[in-house]
Ligand binder design. Structure first.
Ligand code: NDP
Length: 282
C-alpha cells in the first residue's frame, strides 16, 4: 500500500481563503480581528513560529502585534502586559508563545488571559469546556488534526485511535477530540509498557512525542491513518516528524508529511479562532 498524503498546506490554504473573505466582511462592518503574540526570550524555534503567525495574520487581513520581551522580563511585567491586552479593544486574541523562561510560571500566565481572548485554548476554563463539549476555543494543533481528518473524509466513528504523547497542549486534548468524534482512544506515554503493541492495534495513530522518526512502518497496522505532529530538527539540518515517513507511507492508508502536514493547520486554526473571537465582539 502507498499512503495518500494528507496535504495540510493545501487544506490550510483553502480554509485561509475562506477566512480572508470573512475578515473582509468583518472589516466592512467596522471590525478588524486582532491578534497579540507575546514572545519572552530568545528561543530560536519560538522566534520562527511567532514570525510565521504574524505573517499569516497579515496575509488574511488580521491585525497583529508581536511583543518581544527580554528573557529577564519578570512574571509581574508579563502579567501587566496581558492585563493591558485583555483590555485592548483592538485585540481579540492573545497568544503567549510557550515555553516561557523557567522563572515564569506558565500556568499563572495562561490563567491571566481573558477567556474570550484565549485563542490558543489553553486556559483551564477552555480546557474544561472542551472536555464537556461546550462552546470554547479548541487548542490549535489538535483541532487542526481533526479538521484535516474531517476534510479528508476519514470517519473516526468506532475506530481505534492511539495517541502517542500526553502533553497538555497536544496529546491530552487530541485524545479528547478523538473521543468526541466517537473513536475508541488509547493514550501512550513514556511509561507505556509496550508502545509497539499499542500502535499495532490502531486504525488511527497520532504521534506527538518530540522524538525524531520514532514510529516506524513496521509498528503500524496495514492501512492505518497516520498523523505526525512532531517537528524535529536533525543535526544535519533536516526537519523530520515523529514518524519515519518512508517506511510508514508503505503501510499506512493516509499520512501527513513533515513539513506541510499538521504545522500549517495549527496556524490556520489560530487564525480561525481569532476571527471567531472578533465575531463575538461585534
Ligand atoms: P512534550 O515534550 O510536552 O510531550 C511529549 C510526550 O511524549 C510526553 O507525554 C511524553 O511522555 C511522550 N514521550 C516521550 N518519549 C516517549 C517514548 N519513548 N514513548 C512514548 N511516549 C513518549 O511535547 P509536545 O506535546 O509539546 O510536542 C510533541 C511534538 O509535537 C514535538 O515534536 C513538538 O515540536 C511538536 N509540536 C508540533 C506542533 C505543530 O504545530 N505541528 C505544535 C506543538 C508541538 P511523558 O508524559 O510520560 O513524559
Amino acid at each position: 500500500m502507498t499512503a495518500t498524503v494528507l496535504d495540510g498546506k493545501q487544506v490550510s490554504s483553502e480554509i485561509r481563503e475562506e477566512l480572508k473573505k470573512e475578515v473582509q466582511q468583518l472589516k466592512d462592518q467596522g471590525v478588524q480581528p486582532g491578534l497579540a503574540v507575546v514572545l519572552v526570550g530568545e528561543d530560536a524555534a519560538s522566534k520562527v513560529y511567532v514570525s510565521k503567525k504574524a505573517k499569516s495574520c497579515e496575509e488574511i487581513g488580521v491585525y497583529s502585534e508581536v511583543h518581544r520581551l527580554a528573557a529577564t522580563t519578570s512574571q509581574e511585567e508579563l502579567l501587566q502586559l496581558i492585563d493591558k491586552l485583555n483590555n485592548d479593544d483592538k485585540i481579540n486574541g492573545i497568544l503567549v508563545q510557550l515555553p516561557v523562561p523557567d522563572h515564569i510560571d506558565d500556568k499563572a500566565v495562561i490563567d491571566a488571559i481573558a477567556l474570550e481572548k484565549d485563542v490558543d485554548g489553553f486556559h483551564p476554563s477552555s480546557v474544561g469546556n472542551m472536555v464537556i463539549g461546550d462552546d470554547c476555543f479548541l487548542p490549535c494543533t489538535p483541532h487542526g488534526c481533526m479538521v484535516l481528518l474531517e476534510k479528508s473524509g476519514i470517519d473516526l466513528k468506532g475506530k481505534k485511535a492511539v495517541v502517542v504523547g500526553r502533553s497538555n497542549i497536544v496529546g491530552k486534548p487530541m485524545a479528547m477530540l478523538l473521543l468526541q468524534a466517537h473513536a475508541t482512544v488509547t493514550i501512550c506515554h513514556s511509561r507505556t509498557k509496550d508502545l509497539a503493541a499499542e500502535v499495532k492495534e490502531a486504525d488511527v495513530v497520532i504521534a506527538a512525542v518530540g522524538r525524531p522518526e520514532m514510529v516506524t512502518g513496521e509498528m503500524l497496522k496495514e492501512g492505518a491513518v497516520v498523523i505526525d505532529v512532531g517537528i524535529n530538527r536533525l543535526d544535519d539540518g533536516r526537519l523530520v516528524g515523529d514518524v519515519h515517513y518512508e517506511s510508514a507511507a508503505k503501510v499506512a492508508s493516509y499520512i501527513t508529511p513533515v513539513p506541510g502536514g499538521v504545522g500549517p493547520m495549527t496556524i490556520t486554526m489560530l487564525l480561525k479562532n481569532t476571527v471567531e473571537a472578533a465575531k463575538k465582539c461585534k
